[in-house]
Each structure stands twice: as structure tokens, then as C-alpha cells.
Design a binder for this molecule. Structure first.
Ligand SMILES: [Zn+2]
Ligand SMILES: [Zn+2]
Length: 260
């Protein structure tokens, strides 16, 4: 069995065909799915999809939406996070693309993104929920923030890990898991395959990040949770394990991290 630890079921493309998406996941033995929120309204919408055994939610604000964070947001997030279906805070983090120094996608400054991240880390620490970290070209800033929170947090995952092996080592030393997407299946992803090779099995999560980043052989198509076994197969190849073994191990890892 497989656990898709990061996808976006409320994204319009998946949501439009949700029943079939979930049925195909079940047929592919993807028995558990963590649907990740990008803002507080999204968390609310995900909660409407949750059940006791198959679909779980996170609650949090993506750095691309950092400008939406206001004085009421901490209290709102804390309330959402107390719902028993919410098993993580996030996704939260830093993203250079949405930094307002980028003219193409003007968003919050890096400093504002960091404030919004820290407000969410505080809630994660208080409620003892793991955090789902989003990182785009912000390795050093994230590592230095998380270093300060390390004692208070109850772990988390750098989702869609795509930094260097040296950064992976430091993320692991901080006690975090690494989330691998379909990128690890791409031919040109040698460095990431090296990261998967060196990451201890008990720290690996698999994810689709659907509808983005479909793995080979579906690269370029819309991604969905039923494709997560391709990620397990590639990691199995790198680790000398079967796809099923990696499925079982990463499912256990996710259940343990998210308290499911
Ligand atoms: Zn992300
Ligand atoms: Zn995501």
C-alpha cells in the first residue's frame, strides 16, 4: 500500500474529477492521502473531503499567499488545526519566485514570508503538530529559522525535496523527513537520486504534489495520487528494495510522523 503524503485535491483540476481520482488511487493501492492546504480557506475546503481512514488534511498558508496573512490568521489557523482530521501545519515556508523582488509574480517580501512562516511554526509547536515545509531556493534562510525552532517542533517534512545532498544532510540533522516527488524519476535528476540513495529509509516520504510534477512515464500529464507508486518504484530501484517494500516503509513513516 502507498501513502501520498502531499497533493492538492482541492486544486480545480483534481477537484473537477475527484471521485474518479480517488477511485483510481484506491485501485493503485494508494490507500491514504494527505491533501495539503495552501491557505486557510483551502484548509476548510479540504476538511469537507476528509474521512476517518483515507483522506487527511493539513492547515496552513503557502508563502505565495503570505500577503493574505493578517492579525486574525493565527487564531483561525489554531482553530482549524484542532480539527482531528488536520494532521500537519502547512504547507508553509519560503519561495523566491513569489518574493516581491521578482517582477513576474509580485508577492510578499522574503522578510514577510519569514514572519508568516514563524507564526505558523509557533502554532505547530504549541499544538505539537508536524510541519510541511515548502522551499524554493531558500535553503539557508529556512535552515537558520528551523534551527531556532528545532527543540520546540515535533518534526516535519521538507516536501518536494530538490536541494543538494549537502543540504539534505543538514535537513536530516535537524530531524526532518525528506519528501520525494516524481522529480526523482526524471532522467536528469541524478543529484536528487543521490539524495534518495543516502537518505535513511525511515526518513523518506513519497508524494505526488499533484496536480503538478507527474512522474515518468506520465511526465507532462496532469499528476494524481494514483501515480505515487512510480515514485516508490524509483526509490526502490535506488535502494535495492521492491516497490511494495518502499510503499510499506514510507506509509509507516507517514503514519508515524502525522500520528495516523
Ligand atoms: Zn510546495
Ligand atoms: Zn504543495
Amino acid at each position: 500500500m502507498f501513502f501520498d503524503s502531499h497533493c492538492h485535491l482541492t486544486d480545480a483540476r483534481l477537484f473537477a474529477d475527484l471521485e474518479n481520482v480517488l477511485n483510481r488511487a484506491e485501485s493503485a493501492q494508494v490507500t491514504q492521502i494527505l491533501s495539503i492546504a495552501v491557505d486557510l480557506d483551502d484548509a476548510q475546503r479540504i476538511l469537507a473531503l476528509c474521512d476517518e481512514r483515507r483522506v487527511f488534511a493539513s492547515a496552513g498558508v503557502h508563502p505565495a499567499s503570505a500577503l493574505e496573512w493578517n492579525d486574525a490568521s493565527s487564531a483561525q489557523l489554531e482553530m482549524l488545526a484542532q480539527n482531528p482530521h488536520v494532521v500537519a501545519i502547512g504547507e508553509c515556508g519560503l519561495d523566491t519566485i513569489y518574493d516581491d523582488s521578482h517582477l513576474e509574480f509580485p508577492g510578499a517580501t522574503r522578510a514577510r514570508q519569514a514572519e508568516v512562516l514563524e507564526a505558523q511554526l509557533e502554532i505547530a509547536a504549541r499544538l505539537q503538530l508536524p510541519v510541511v515545509i515548502h522551499n524554493r531556493e531558500a535553503d539557508e534562510d529556512l535552515l537558520s529559522i528551523l534551527q531556532n525552532w528545532r527543540e520546540k517542533l515535533s518534526g516535519g517534512v521538507f516536501h518536494c525535496f530538490s536541494s543538494s545532498p549537502a543540504i539534505a544532510r543538514r535537513v536530516l540533522d535537524l530531524g526532518f523527513h525528506l519528501g520525494f516527488t516524481g522529480i526523482v524519476t526524471f532522467k536528469n535528476a541524478r543529484e536528487l537520486q543521490e539524495v534518495a540513495g543516502m537518505c535513511p529509509l525511515e526518513r523518506i516520504l513519497i508524494e505526488t504534489d499533484a496536480p503538478y510534477l507527474a512522474p515518468t512515464p506520465h511526465r507532462g500529464q496532469m499528476n494524481e495520487p494514483s501515480f505515487v507508486p512510480f515514485v516508490a518504484a524509483k526509490i526502490g530501484e535506488l535502494k535495492g528494495r521492491s516497490r511494495e517494500e518502499i510503499g510499506q516503509i514510507t506509509t509507516n513513516n507517514a503514519r508515524k510522523l502525522f500520528g495516523i
